[in-house]
Every structure is written in C-alpha cells, then in structure tokens.
Ligand binder design. Sequence first.
Ligand code: CTP
Length: 415
Amino acid sequence: MNELSGKHIVLGLTGGIACYKAAELCRALVKEGASVQVVMTEAAEHFITPVTMQALSNRPVYGSQWDAREPNNMAHINLGREADAILIAPASADFMAKLLHGRADELLSLLCLARPAATVPLIVAPAMNREMWANPATRRNVAQLRADGIEVLDVGQGEQACGETGDGRMLEADEILADLVAFFSPKRLAGRQVLVTAGPTYEAIDPVRGITNLSSGKMGFAIARAAREAGAEVTLVAGPVLLPTPRGVTRVDVRSARDMLAAVQNQVDRADVFVATAAVADWRPGTAADQKIKKDGSGETPALRFIENPDILATVAQSPRGQAGLRGEAGGIYCVGFAAESHDLLAHASAKRARKGVPLLVGNIGPATFGKDDNALLLVDAQGASEMPHASKRVLARKLIAEIDRRTLGWVHKK
Ligand code: CTP
C-alpha cells in the first residue's frame, strides 16, 4: 500500500549529523509513492552530498536561491507552491531559530517563509545535542513555532553522535514517515479515547508450558494505529506478540485473560470506544503448577481441568456505559467485537453480536487470516450486514475507524 501516493513533499535538509537519516527518509517517502524535491542548506552539504539525495529522489537538488534552472529565477516561490508539505529533516537548532524570526537569507528558509501557510503545512523534525534541545532558547522556539502553526515533531532519546546521551536526536526515518502519514489522515476521532485489545492470551499450565492460539495481533495493532492517525488517544492492551507499538499509542502488555481484563478495567472509564480484537483464550487450566510438571515414567498424562475465562468484551458491553453505548446515548462506550469463525460467518456473527450485547460485531474467517497482512470483514449491526472486501489490514482498519466514527457521530463523552 502506497501511503503517500500523489503527495509532493519538499524535503529540506539543514546542517546536522542526522542528515545521514535523511537519505533513508527520502527513500522511504519515494517508496510510499511520494514525489520528493530535496532542498539543502550549505551546512547540510557538509554532512551529505546532493549527489546522494538526487539519486534517491530522482530529481536535481536545490541549494541556492540564485539557481538559474528556474525560468523565472524564483525557486523559493515555485518549489513551495507545488508542495503538499514541506518537511525539514533534520531541522537544526539554528534553522528553527531562523524560522521563528522569519529570516530568509538562503533558499530553504526563504522557501519556508514564502510558502502559502494556509495550504502548505510545514513540518520540522528537530535534531541536536541534548543541551541544545534543553536550552531555554530552544524550548521557547519550539513553543513559538507550534503556536505559529508549524508542526514540530518529537525528538528521539538515546546516544548522540557527540557521545552524550539524552533527548534531541532526530527520529528514525520510519518514525518520521509514520508521523507524516498520520499528519495527512483526517482527524475523525480527535478528542476521543479508544481502547483496543489485541493478540492472543497465554494461560499457564506450569512455569514452562501454556495454552495459547495463533492470533498474530496484526488486525488489532492496525486498528490502534488507524485510530491514532485519526486523532484519537489510544491505549492498546496486547497479549504476547512481537509487533512494534504503533507511533503515539500507549501499550499495556499482558499475558493471561485475567491480566487483560484487569488492564481493560483500568482504562475503560476513560474510553469512548472499545474495540476487542483479542483472541482471548476461552478456558485456562484450573490450577497452574508452581513447578514444571515432570513425566513419572508411568506413561500417564496429567489430568488438566479447565475453568472458563472472563469474557472481557461482554463485561464491558454489559456495564451501564456499555448498555448506554448500545442505545447510542451520550456518555456511553461504543463496543466493537470481533468474531473469528471457520464457516457460516453471517449467522455466527449475528448470533455473537446479540449474545455479547454489542452494537457492532466484525466477522472474519479466522483460519484464512491468522498471521496474514490482509483480510476481509463482515460488519454486522442493528441495520444488517455489510461486507468490507479483501484488502490489507491497514486499509481495513482505516475503513473500520471511519465506520465507527460514522456510527458514533455526535456522541459526547461525559465522565
Ligand atoms: N472476547 C473477550 N473475552 C473472552 C472471549 C472473547 O473479550 N473471554 C471477545 C473477543 O475479543 C472478540 C469477541 O469477544 O471481540 C468474540 O470472541 P470469540 O472467542 O470469537 O467468541 P466466543 O464468545 O468465544 O464464541 P465461540 O468461541 O463459541 O465462537
């Protein structure tokens, strides 16, 4: 899926060691379908050559406001007018100070100042030493740039080129890419809190063995990401999976169904929407042995007894706020259940929707989708059923978020 197809990005590089990451970023932008026009300051050219950036962007790089290649000799006007966004990465402390004052003594700052601010957003990815980042001058500049409507991305934390450790390094290319994709997404869920469960649970038999299932967590993680991109505050309660946490999402890792229920109960009062994608183990062993169960040579197998796990979705759906959500009342929580079935999807999904007491139940054919990057969904609500045809989980997650938004429009969350 090309996340940025049709987008034209002016990628500005200013002087900083993080210029090496800008090469990777440029490549990632192009890979996602964006056209990229690189503009470099003279300082940036001390760190990386225009040759590298030209090869990666497949366009000549601009560096001077006196560049005669532009017929009207106004690179600072022409380049900005075509852009869907100007992204400065890395943005040095000095360049941010220049932006703040509206200085325009070289092409990149001139182009930022001359951009049509109402239609061409300016996004900066700061990169500097931790002392520079912590300096009150930089703090002031960041606050003022944000107040001026400039999107200042976070900085990373960790070891810096100078050998010191702290805040100020530029985000990695994939993080900047994720922030840019989120920036372009419509903010349908701004101001809402979304709680998502994802992945399998693990029910211990003894300290080394347990019962789990094949859920990969990918659908739930994609929903958490799409909700975040849509402007929601998202908490993702995840069973044992190795997936990376989507940018900007708060993740709570759990193991068993009971841990997952406790984590959900901790968060649920703040949530407006609850999406239960987790494949929660229906049963757990009655008692988990403290020590590894050993074979005794007799050939006898341990007699495992099972106890039913709490139903997390039903617990939330049947709470007073869950019931209010079902009736579409303000202050309720809108619950979305998932059903992984092997056959008769519509019948099972409809029955499950009624049994769990949720307004929306999303069915899918489990064995066909476990671990895969794509899926097909069947949405069942009080009005009937509608299909979301085969697509990547990213695309389906975004569509599902749009559907949730449509069904919860006008809700006001009352605490
Ligand atoms: N779910 C849950 N807690 C459980 C079991 C399920 O929160 N203990 C949620 C899942 O996250 C999903 C929905 O309920 O959103 C449906 O789960 P599923 O296991 O498919 O349904 P069951 O009620 O277990 O029905 P069955 O196994 O008979 O199909």
